[in-house]
Design a protein around this ligand. Sequence first.
Ligand code: GLU
Length: 384
Amino acid sequence: MNRARKEILGRLKRIVIKIGSGVISTAEGLDEVMLSRLAEDICDLREQGIEVILVSSGAVAAGRSSLGIGGRPQTIPQKQAAAAIGQPRIMRAYKEVFTRRNRVAAQVLLTRDDLSNRRRYLNAHNTLDTLIEYGVTPIVNENDTVVVEEIRFGDNDNLSALVASLMAADLLLILSDVDGFYSGDPGCDKNAQLLPLIERMTPEIEAMAGTSRGSLGTGGMQTKVQAAQKAGLAGVPTLIVNGRVAGILTQVVEGGDVGSLFLASSSKLNARKRWIALSMQPNGRILLDEGAVRAVAEAGKSLLPTGIVSVDGEFGRGDAVHICDRNAVPFAIGVANYTCSELEQIKGHRCAEIEQILGYQYRDEAVYRDNLVLIRDAAEELEA
Ligand code: GLU
């Protein structure tokens, strides 16, 4: 077994398991046999002392037949209605197995808005933590009924990455209906191969995600790779496996050679930085000159107004912004100390001039280092 795989899978204490719709549903609706089998396997993991937070899709698939919708619901309200019908159905199916095994499951419904609000984020964390402390298995889904496009996670792959970050999991395990991440679509490309280990997220990997054979679920492989990227940023590795294979969870925790393992791109960030990087929604962009990119990306410095070339978007103090190079390629996310219109006035100026220009000064830094997280290697772009 590969060393990285052994190290990660050999000491799992807490995992987030994401079950895709494609795994626990068929064209007719919920696949109760598959769902029960996975629920049994999750109970086995709990009995081995592994904490599990489940992120389960399947609400829309479980509810749509009651609306008389054969294929996928077309409109968002139809989807929401189907989810409202299906969500209690999937919970009942999980509960049946958990009760038989003397275990308790809890439903947790989240929206992106909940996790971008620091107070609600901490509440969600505390609730999940308490459930786990009491031996309960949280079953998370997006709160489909109340979300509109702007506050949707859009897919549970993304949601699961945020939950993995929120709970500082040791692994994000994505159960899909394909065996893992392929270099292409094996259906039409005979050279397409399953990639067992992805050490670094490169533009090639991102491009492959677009062509790799996806699942029947909402996001295909693209959102899974995005989820792996996000989780990796928070220091959580991701493993994508085929959830329909019998005994797959046991194989994973025993370190079996299954699926595609994405290593984390950073060591675990502290809790606040994990929130900044994954949960805050950037409202604008700050573009920097080369010197400032180097200072922030390589020398670990705060961002000062003097290095700012331009600012765009609508953001206030305390909002998250993308920090970009001159070509608007983002390499960090940070919390702005000044509004966009204030930065517009003080960009390119030295700290000593801030008060004179604005008539007041909050701090020297436009973005303070402790409120900033690097999201990609800017050095590569500087060299290019
Ligand atoms: N929340 C949706 C459901 O339960 C699934 C979204 C997804 O699978 O990405 O049906």
